[in-house]
Design a protein around this ligand. Sequence first.
Ligand code: HEC
Length: 185
Amino acid sequence: MRKQILALLFASALAAQAPEARERAAQAAAGLGRVLMELLGQEMARGGYEGAVRACSEVAQTVTEEFAHEQGLEIRRVSLRARNPKDQPDEWEAAKLRQWEKEYKPGQPPPEVFEVMEEDGRRFGRYLKPILVQPMCLGCHGPREKISEAVRQILDERYPRDHATGYRAGDLRGAFSVTVRLAEK
Ligand code: HEC
């Protein structure tokens, strides 16, 4: 009986926490998106695609890690066709991305996902938000023959197993993935 009441209390606490966690995750994804787009814009203005690809390859990971640290949550970018092997999705992310790929119609971005899950007695909210390819992304993610020689060289050198070319505008590029800790049982 006591156990049941505790479980109930916890369930309602969790229910109250979940929308808050979802909101935090959504804010973080939007925030990281802004930070990275700003960085990309600055570097493009300074050095065009060639300068920007160099800069992105050097700082994208650290900028993402610092942002996660500041926000006190886990956040990263993932893709089924990752450029950086560190951006490969885990099982949950990969399943959602594959589902999106199946259901996706260009121009209709799939809805973001938020799920509460438990691992080793700890509860997490996991959030995934789609990232779509825009025309300006193609200089580094488009068909290889459309990417400038200079950019291609840098990509080949730094990402010998690059899977992130050959996209068209409107394609699904990947996702922002956020994990937020919820209260303990
Ligand atoms: C100037 C070149 C350049 C442009 C333009 C560019 N990217 Fe990238 N992108 C990169 C590089 C380099 C990486 C790998 C960064 C790293 O090593 O962490 C990357 C990685 C990513 C990733 C992480 C997943 C992966 O494949 O590793 C996503 C998602 C992504 N880009 C989306 C976009 C989108 C959306 C746009 C357009 C709004 C865009 N990119 C424009 C160079 C570019």
